[in-house]
Design a protein around this ligand. Sequence first.
Ligand code: SF4
Length: 162
Amino acid sequence: MINGTIMNYYLHCKRQCWLFYNKVNLEDNSEDVHIGRILHELKNDGKQSEIAIDNIKMDKITSDYVIEIKKSDADMAAAITQLEYYLYVLKKKGIERKGKLQIIEKNVAEHKINVIEYSLSVEQKLERLIHEIEDFLEREMPPKAVLKKNCKRCAYYEYCFI
Ligand code: SF4
């Protein structure tokens, strides 16, 4: 089943998406993943505030927004689509919200905030994407590794290139 992480990875790197979906799970070795977890702990003050509905896990939900917090703006298109997907899943349940994407970068005092409006065109885009990803995940092998700018920060870097 597709979830927000799979959607994000599909847009960021199809190989990463396939490896993650097929449980080639090296995430724990990544320093970035550790930083992400620490960030999560800090912002929650040690309390669990993640909200899970079906296959999605949202950082926060208020009466107006679903709020997603990222530690970098390295792939905004993927992060925005992941958040749109959360809005899509909620809308299917009759819950209508806008999205708020907050970027909390190390050593940067001012947080960047993107507000995302849900619309019919977003919904249509997501439905096309969901079908595309479902087809893609049926492949028996992942796509070949192609070195990109952010590969060194990826949990699968050693698996792909060393
Ligand atoms: S290291 Fe690069 S090619 Fe390999 S899964 Fe990660 S992002 Fe994709």
